[in-house]
Design a protein around this ligand. Structure first.
Ligand code: UD1
Length: 357
């Protein structure tokens, strides 16, 4: 059985790494896994370092699409993906998450009549102004097999008439967190030496709804500065999108410790050691949950609604007072329950692919 993964952005490398490991562990030699990298993320610290850390072999095809408006970027991917998918002619095209690479892969594979499997299917924020929401809705509706991390995802698909194609697999990001946690601690490094457990908060900001809205961006950074001055140091690995927005606004962080984008191992190490995490990333909300670290989400809604149970995650949008208050309340979060499966999502996904072959 030939499986073709399409990836392009940071979180997709993490999700695909779990599939690579599950293919290797399947062990009967019946699986051939090929990789297409669209080139959506291209800086070494946004791409190469993930392949290295996660032990993923280099992609079989690199499309070098790079950045652009949504139309330019997605259109260019569609154009470059079509001949590659036609030539590879796999049994399953695998899509991951909700980026423009996911959307482009869905459109091309569906139009070529190739069978599509969507990892992390069924997630909904119910906010159609988010590009990710549009991407995941289209990917789900075009896919033949919907690989769902949680029962909530299954219910969302039921409400859209898609449940017959859905399989509950658990969350691949939990598999990754469990598989790489020890390695991250063992590797150590300068960040591990500087940032000791529970002595700091970790922050990430990169969503277009925050970075492209100067009012929201200003509020979020004002809140992070206040937390850094009055609660504990705040460490912020800075996404290039956010760096550009901050410099366009002429704003330089003062008390916040800004660092370059982290590798996967550095990130899960910082997450597990943080006193609490502030983020607008879907993946980081879950990674906080996996290591039982309180999360403050800098968005108005979340597709990961399970994380809100027991105040493990607080949804605070871009309101300065709410962000600072949630950081102060973080210590009362928990308990955390096992809602993302048992770390066997990769194996469950390969089993679903083979049984639907
Ligand atoms: C994308 C995904 C988002 C995901 C995120 C993970 C979409 C619509 N969004 O957002 O869902 O959470 O990846 O990081 O697909 N840039 C660089 N170097 C790079 C990559 C990007 O400088 O290697 C800069 C460019 O200015 C680019 C901007 O970041 O225009 C945004 O990159 P893009 O891939 O369009 O979206 P992300 O914000 O990374």
């Amino acid at each position: 059985m030939k499986i073709l993964s399409i990836v392009g952005a940071r979180p997709q490398f993490v999700k695909m790494a779990v599939i690579c490991r599950a293919v290797d562990a399947w062990g009967d030699g019946s699986l051939d896994h090929r990789i297409i990298h669209t080139g959506q993320h291209y800086d070494p610290e946004m791409s190469e370092v993930f392949f290295r850390d996660l032990g993923i072999r280099p992609p079989d095809h690199h499309l070098d699409v790079g950045s652009g408006t949504h139309g330019e970027q997605t259109g260019e991917m569609i154009k470059r993906l079509e001949p590659v998918l036609a030539a590879e002619h796999s049994d399953w095209v695998m899509l991951y998450g909700d980026t423009n690479s996911t959307l482009a892969g869905a459109v091309v594979a569906a139009k070529l009549g190739q069978r599509l499997a969507h990892v992390e299917a069924g997630l909904r924020s119910f906010n159609r102004r988010m590009p990710e929401e549009l991407n995941r809705v289209v990917a789900d509706h075009l896919s033949d097999l919907l690989l769902c991390p949680t029962p909530v995802a299954i219910e969302n698909l039921r409400n859209e008439g898609l449940v017959a194609r859905a399989v509950l697999t658990g969350d691949v990001m939990l598999d990754a967190s469990l598989a790489f946690r020890d390695q991250a601690e063992r590797r150590g490094g300068p960040l591990a030496e500087t940032w000791q457990p529970r002595q700091f908060a970790l922050a990430t900001v990169h969503r277009a709804e925050n970075t492209d809205d100067p009012g929201r961006l200003r509020n979020i950074f004002a809140a992070l500065e206040r937390i850094a001055e009055s609660v504990c140091p705040v460490v912020l690995p800075l996404h290039p999108r956010t760096r550009k927005s901050l410099s366009a606004a002429g704003w330089t962080p003062r008390a916040i410790h800004v660092i370059p984008p982290c590798s996967y191992l550095e990130m899960i190490l910082l997450e597990s050691r943080a006193r609490f995490i502030l983020t607008d990333s879907g993946g980081v909300q879950k990674e906080a949950y996996f290591v039982c670290v309180p999360c403050v989400t800098l968005r108005d809604e979340t597709e990961w609604s399970e994380t809100l149970e027991n105040h493990c995650n607080a949804l605070v949008g871009a309101d300065v007072e709410k962000i600072v208050r949630a950081a102060g309340n973080a210590a009362s979060a928990g308990p955390w329950t096992a809602v993302y499966g048992d770390g066997a999502a990769g194996r469950n996904i390969i089993a679903a692919l083979t049984s639907h072959a």
